[in-house]
Ligand binder design. Structure first.
Ligand SMILES: [Zn+2]
Length: 361
């Protein structure tokens, strides 16, 4: 596959992998569980499993598919330190988002109750180092296993007030905020953990209250499966506000076209991101629409290999019959602009006069 754009950035990458095998074996002994663990078991354990650096596989795929840079994100117990090590080792290849890992660990260990203020305090210290380009993955939220123990569902105003604290912090450091949307099918994402995940329309108020803060919908409403209702809501919000962007997640070709033709969306509002490393396998259903899509399917069991999501996703984009200048925005230009990343030249990306200029914080 030829390189698809002038500068290609995958804005959603997990470079850490969970060493789940031995942990799950111990759990099996402890609980007396028969048979294989499934995605739901795995999700409940992931935050407690040690992660390791998976960058050799990531660098292989980047080289294979002509991906210049990746924005590293933490999820499920992944830690900021490993991501920063990569950023420091390969400054022209990686950037990292800030994640409130210590707060999450304390909640899981039963040392703390959930309080957004703790997460904000931790993120404040991380962003003050100047080493992070955004807040993510998603806005801080109670870990899923703690939600179940809490047996509490958020009211809209309760969660919106928490999200306003995140937006205040993003404004202070002039960084974008990611809001998680969609679900992979296997790991459950409940309303109580991330209500905004299932209610993208809530983000309208934040976009209006903070017009100077950029918001990126992680996965753009499509993290798995082929039901498009969350995607369609994300599209409406993105269309209504200049400061809201769609990460293209697991979009198949026609979803790109739908976003490209939607008024006020278009190539200026799309940023490519795959969720590389998230263990979401690609499903092929010949003759069905869409013929291939990402999803964790319970009866297939947990995926063991490094699913090739970059290759699949770039093939969906390669099929787009649009100008190369538009492709360049989706594949990297918009991300350079939103995440405030340096670029050696000006005037290489349509309508983005700030890309390539010296950055001021
Ligand atoms: Zn992710």
């Amino acid at each position: 596959m030829r390189k698809l754009g002038r500068f290609v950035i995958d804005t959603h990458v997990h470079s850490q992998r969970h060493a789940a095998g031995s942990h799950l074996k111990d759990k099996k002994k402890e609980t007396g569980k028969k048979g294989d663990f499934d995605y739901i078991d795995l999700e409940s354990q992931m935050a407690a499993i040690t992660t390791f650096d998976n960058s050799p596989r990531l660098l292989y795929d980047m080289d294979c598919y002509g991906v210049d840079m990746c924005i590293l994100q933490c999820a499920f117990g992944m830690n900021n330190d490993l991501n920063l090590e990569l950023v420091e080792k390969y400054p022209d290849k990686f950037r990292a988002m800030a994640f409130a890992k210590t707060t999450m660990d304390a909640i899981l260990a039963g040392e703390k109750e959930w309080d957004m203020k703790d997460a904000i305090e931790e993120l404040d210290a991380l962003l003050a180092t100047g080493k992070f380009c955004a807040i993510g993955e998603g806005a801080p939220a109670i870990p899923e296993s703690a939600v179940n123990a809490l047996r509490h569902s958020y009211s809209m105003s309760e969660r919106m007030d928490e999200l306003r604290l995140v937006m205040d912090l993003a404004r202070k450091y002039k960084v974008p905020v990611t809001m998680h949307t969609g679900g992979p099918g296997g790991y459950p994402i409940t309303h109580s953990r991330w209500p905004e995940n299932w209610h993208p329309y809530w983000i309208m108020d934040l976009a209006a209250e903070y017009p100077d803060v950029n918001i990126v919908f992680s996965h753009g409403g499509m993290q798995g499966g082929y039901n498009t209702d969350v995607f369609k809501q994300c599209l409406v919000v993105t269309s209504n506000f200049n400061n809201v962007y769609l990460e293209t997640g697991l979009y198949w070709t026609d979803l790109y076209y739908e976003a490209l033709r939607y008024p006020n969306v278009g190539p200026e509002k799309l940023v490519w991101g795959t969720d590389w490393g998230a263990s979401i396998p690609t499903q092929t259903r010949i003759g069905q629409y869409p013929q291939s899509f990402g999803m964790q399917v319970h009866n297939q069991g947990i995926i063991r290999h490094q699913c090739d999501v970059m290759g699949w996703s770039l093939k969906q984009i390669e099929r787009l019959d649009i100008s190369q200048d538009d492709m360049n925005l989706i594949l990297g230009g918009n991300a350079l602009n939103i995440f405030n990343i340096e670029f050696p030249l000006t005037r290489m990306f349509k309508g983005l006069p700030n890309v390539g200029r010296i950055k001021e914080k």
